[in-house]
Structure formats: C-alpha cells, structure tokens
Design a protein around this ligand. Structure first.
Ligand code: SF4
Ligand code: SF4
Length: 647
C-alpha cells in the first residue's frame, strides 16, 4: 500500500492537498498527530495513520478537537514536533485550551492545521477560524497550492520552534480536496526522543511548570507578543509571499490561499496582466508591515480577494491607516464595497466579475457564453436530486419509526438534532423529524433545557438525537446535565458503529484506533447507565419493535430515557455489499398510483433503491443499489414488497 511516506527527495507526485499537508508534516519529522474527523480535514490524520508504522509516529483520532489539541500539545511540551488537525468548527471546540496554549507557548514545533469549508459544502456553517490567530495572537500561514501545502507545513514546524509558539496552517476545501503536482523533500532519518522538563522556574519556556498563573500572566502575555513581532519580521522575507505584475500597477490585488489561483486565472482571462499586480500572501497574520506597505505604495487602488470574512481586508486597511499620510489615499475594493460576495466560495468567474467592474473592462463575451453552455450541459447530463440517506441507511429507518411514534403519541413531541449524516433528519429525507440542528452535542444540550420548561407551560415531549461519535465528542456532558437536573427527555443514540459521515474513522466505541491497533471500546449503554439514565437498545430495521419501544419510552414521561438504535452503516467496510435480504416488489400486488399513501415507498420513504417502473406504473427495486436491509418490506401497506433472508 502506497502511503504519503513513499517517494524520495526530488520525486514529483500527484497529491491531494491533504496528502501534501501530511507529507509536509512527515518531512518536518512530526512525532505526534491528533485530530477529530471533519470534512475537509480528515485525510491528513488518515494519511499519517497509514504512514505511522514506518515513521515512528503516534497518530490518533481523539474524542474531540480540544482533546486532540491537548494530546498534540503534550508532544510539543516533551520537545517533540506535534500536529493537531481539525475543521473550522473544531477550532471552536479546541478554542478554550488554544487560548491557554498560545499564551504559554510551545517547546517542540507545534502546528494546528485547520481545514475550512467556504460555502459550507460539508458543514452547517462557514466559520472563518483565521480570526483566532488575531484574537489569540499566534501566526497564521495559508498555502496557495499543493506544493506550498507541503512546503509550508514543513516550514510551520521550523517557525514554531523559532518563536516557540503554535503556528496555524489554514487550508480550504478546494486545496484540501483537489490534487496537484508536488515535488517531494527528504524525510528525516532519526526522530527526537521525548524530553520533559517541568522542574525549574515557573516562567521558563523550555523548563519548569507548563502554563500561566495570575502572577506570571503579564510576563507571559508580553513574551507572546514579542513572539508575534518576531514572526512579523520573519514574514517580511518569506518566500511564500510573492508579487507578480508591473512595478506600478493600476490595481494591486492582495490575496491568499486558493483565492490566489482564482485571481491569477481571472487576470489572465481579462488579459489584464499589464494593469494588475498580484501580491500573494502565504503569511497572513501578523502581516509583514514593510512588505505590504511597500506594495501599497505602488498604486492607489487595492482589491483584496479572499474567501469568507474580510479578515485580510480589515488587516490591510488597518495597516494602511496606521501609515497615514505617508502612504497617501487608497481606494479599497473587496467584500465591504460589494466587489466580491460576502458569503460562499469564490471561483475565477466571481473574481473576474469584480475585477472587470473595477477596471471597467467588458469580459470576453465568449467566456460568458462558455459558462452558459456549461450550465446547460451539466443541467442535461447530471440528474438533479435532493440530499438523502443512502440505500439501506439505518438512519432512514430510525427516522421513519421516530416520526411515526411522535405522530402516534399525538402530544406534538419534537426532536433536537445534532451533527452527522443524521442531520438530514431535519429535511424530507428524515421526514422532517428533527427540529433543531446546531453544533456537536447541542441536540442533547438543547433538549436538556427544553426538558426543564414544563414549569413555563412547555409540555410537549422532548427528544434529542445524536450519533455514536458525537455521543463521545460532546453529548456526554449535556447528558450528565440532563440527568443531574432531572430533565424530562428521550435521548436517541443513532449508533451506526463509526464516524459514518466523514469516512468511518474510529471513535472510542470501537475496538481499533486510527493506526489499526487494538483499542479498548467504551460502551455507550454502560456510560449512559453509569450516568443514571435508563437505557433501551433496539434495531432500527425492526420498524414495528422500534416504534413500539419509542411509544413506551414517551409514555413513561419522566427522567432521562436513552434509546440506542444500533445498526451498522450500510457503507461500512464490514457491511458493504453484504445483503441481509433479497428484496423485490411483487407488481401484481403493488397498487402503484392507487397506493393509499401516494406511492408511499418511492415518494415518501424514498430509499434510492426504490424506483418507479413507469411502463408498469408500479414500484420496482433496483437490485444494484439495494443494500438488502429489508425495511421497505415493513412499510408497504399492501405487502407488495417481499423479502427473503440471504443464506
Ligand atoms: S431493502 Fe428496501 S429499503 Fe433496504 S435498501 Fe433495499 S430497497 Fe432500500
Ligand atoms: S410497493 Fe407498496 S408502497 Fe410502493 S407503490 Fe406499491 S403498494 Fe405502494
């Protein structure tokens, strides 16, 4: 099996951005890597885990991002190079420890890789964690392409050791998940050994107790700010800040990350290379003041191109204001004046639109025509479909039973949701069963609060849903809160035996870890019982049994009742292609359009493997897509769907 370890210095490999980031960490001699899976970050830890055996490396998917940052920090405190990996929302989870960590600083080089999701392609928000660098005072690097992803990751460890503080490397989906050519460097031959010095004065950077106290806080904060000044000096000469274009451009673009490539393409398409200069910053916080002001002084018009919030725009404007009259008046374009949209991803077309307006250029009409034709072709050849659960997904069956039980109960019970594939329970795919979706663990946290509102007249049954990985990540403290405060609720753990949404990364409930080593499984049911909740376990594929169990639990109407709906994800490696049932529609029984519930199976239950046979006017099972869960046989009111156990 090829891993990111393979290949020697000078080789060129096609690498995904996350592979390049992992390779860069290996070239830097990383010893400890920890993260929590989340798109688009997961492949960094996965790739390091595959390379761990031959790299003298410890890798784990931690319970959550804060724990991952703490595990990685322990390596740094022991003077080993360490990496923490997460997506943008994970940085919020880690933020509490992060604030303390960057105040004290690090020993061995330490990098936080944050992979972000402009446009929320795989997220329920598009948070911008660059602001943490400013708010908490640590350096921020943003690679612009695949080669830089590898090289800057490697350099980030060196920088961290030079200033003795954490460095954030920020990627975005289009870098993390696209692929490009990467020239490889050397891998270190020998690793450092752990060296932990916690004896000595309380303000030592490399010795003494690790952390700040009220009496040492001022000293440490001053030391941290000194590190930031040093980082800014180093950034002045960084090769990752580049300029291309005329000496005195009519318009200066200041950009970073993948937006740099969009700018390059947009300038090219508008044939504006002789009018526009591009200052690409790889080191985006703190800004290198001399470098940026030198380029600002070459023009009167500045266009700042970045994704998400106007972070770079605000910082460049602040710097220009600080320079005052010396720099002269500048006109800034960017997100704040509407030259670029304030939300969502950028692309070359969007940047070209803003650029053409500023430069008063009419874009080549053939480009617009090309986009129109492309949209037409895509519209004709790609089938439009809404987000839904996979064929045989246990969540569809779970939500079917949950929805029906709530309807049968008749007291307008409602369910708070959480983050995972089952988030789709808020949409028609999950029959609109979930009524809230926020952060990891927030479903049970909100339910814990709603469960207390009886005294104010909220007497509807309260339920919460979370997945097994989410249970360990953030649901346990809220569950403890609910039990301790005698909240009245039913918590449903949708246990599909893995972190399904991000690709089956292990979690504490499983018997193996990220490196494939045997791990001690933590039992969800035992944890819940130990907390003091009652626990019932049901198979969601048993639709009637699950619905009846839920009705019983709803009827109990007191205390915290946990229902674990346990069935492995249809796409899990253990289950994939293994059918429990051969399933077929007996078209002689199927009522078709006359079916009491308006084609219940294909229009309401909507398993993608249930299709409509237009010529017969009846339902049909697509044998290729069908995962053989057998659930549809339980929902057809006419008994037209048959299932036969696979021997
Ligand atoms: S058995 Fe029915 S519900 Fe299950 S995957 Fe096949 S068609 Fe879908
Ligand atoms: S298979 Fe059953 S649910 Fe589907 S259309 Fe026929 S009768 Fe209706």
């Amino acid at each position: 099996m090829q891993t990111v370890r393979d290949g020697k210095a000078g080789d060129v490999r096609l690498m995904q951005g996350n592979e390049a980031l992992a390779r860069g960490a290996l070239e830097a001699g990383v010893s400890v890597a920890a993260g929590y899976p989340g798109t688009p970050s997961s492949e960094i830890i996965e790739n390091l885990a595959k390379a761990a055996k031959d790299s003298d490396l410890y890798v784990e998917f931690s319970t959550n991002e804060k724990v991952a940052l703490e595990v990685a920090a322990s390596g740094s405190f022991a003077e080993l190079r360490s990496l923490a990996v997460m997506k943008q929302v994970g940085v919020n989870v880690a933020a509490d420890f992060l604030l303390h960590l960057v105040l004290y600083g690090t020993r061995g080089g330490m990098v936080l890789a944050s992979c972000e999701d402009p446009g929320g392609l795989s997220s329920t928000n598009e948070g911008d964690s660059r602001h943490y660098a400013k708010m908490m005072e640590f350096p921020l690097l943003e690679p612009g392409d695949f080669q830089e992803a590898k090289d800057m990751m490697r350099w980030a460890f060196e920088l961290s050791e030079e200033i003795r503080n954490l460095v954030m490397v920020r990627s975005v989906t289009r870098l993390s998940h696209a692929s490009g050519r990467v020239g490889l460097g050397n891998l270190p031959e020998k690793k450092e050994r752990a060296h932990l010095n916690v004896e000595g004065p309380p303000i030592g950077q490399m010795e003494g107790p690790i952390g700040a106290l009220p009496v040492t806080l001022n000293f440490m904060h001053g030391r941290q700010q000194g590190k930031m000044r040093k980082a800014a000096e180093i950034f002045e000469d960084s090769p990752y800040n580049t300029y291309t274009g005329p000496d005195n451009p009519e318009l200066l673009i200041v950009t970073s990350s993948s937006a740099w490539l969009y700018c390059t393409e947009a300038v090219d398409l508008l044939n504006a290379g002789d009018r526009v200069g591009i200052l690409k910053l790889g080191c985006t916080y703190p800004l290198p003041p001399k470098l940026v002001t030198k380029h600002l002084s070459t023009t009167d018009k500045v266009f700042i191109v970045e994704e998400l919030l106007p972070f770079l725009e605000d910082n460049v404007k602040t710097l220009a204001a600080e320079m005052g009259a010396a720099l002269g008046h500048k006109t800034f374009y960017g997100k704040k004046d509407g030259s670029l949209p304030s939300t969502g991803e950028l692309n070359p077309d969007v940047v070209m639109g803003g650029l053409a307006k500023i430069l008063d250029i009419e874009p080549d009409a053939s480009l617009a025509k090309y986009s129109e034709e492309l949209e037409q072709v895509v519209g004709q050849s790609v089938v439009a479909r809404s987000l839904t659960f996979c064929a045989g997904c246990p969540h569809r069956a779970s939500f079917w039973s949950l929805h029906n039980a709530l309807e049968l109960d008749g007291r307008y019970g409602f369910m708070c949701g959480d983050i995972g594939c089952y988030t789709m329970g808020i949409s028609p795919a999950g029959f609109g069963t979930l009524k809230s979706v926020h952060a990891m663990g927030s479903g049970i946290g909100l339910a814990s609060g709603f469960g207390q509102l009886g005294q104010f007249g909220l007497d509807r049954p309260v339920l919460a849903a979370c997945g097994d990985s989410t249970f360990f990540h953030a649901a346990v403290p809220a569950l403890i809160n609910a039990v301790h405060h005698n909240a009245k609720l039913v918590m449903v753990v949708l246990d599909n035996s893995g972190t399904g949404m991000t690709g089956f990364q292990p979690h504490p409930g499983l018997t193996y870890d990220a490196m494939g080593k045997q791990a001690t499984p933590v039992d969800v049911a035992k944890v819940c019982r130990a907390i003091g909740a009652s626990v019932t376990i049901s198979d969601p594929f048993d639709v009637k049994g699950t619905t009846d169990t839920l009705l019983d639990l709803l009827e109990q109407d007191s205390g915290v009742r946990v229902l674990i709906l346990r069935q492995m994800c249809a796409l899990s490696p253990e289950k994939k292609l293994k059918k429990m049932y051969e399933v077929a529609v007996d078209q002689s029984i199927c009522l078709g359009e006359a079916c009491g519930c308006n084609r219940l199976c294909t229009r309401v239950f909507k398993c993608p493997a249930l299709i409509w046979d237009a010529s017969a006017g009846k339902a049909l099972v697509d044998e290729v897509l069908c995962a053989g869960c057998g659930v549809c046989a339980s929902i057809c009111p006419s008994g037209a769907i048959t299932r036969k156990e696979v021997a």
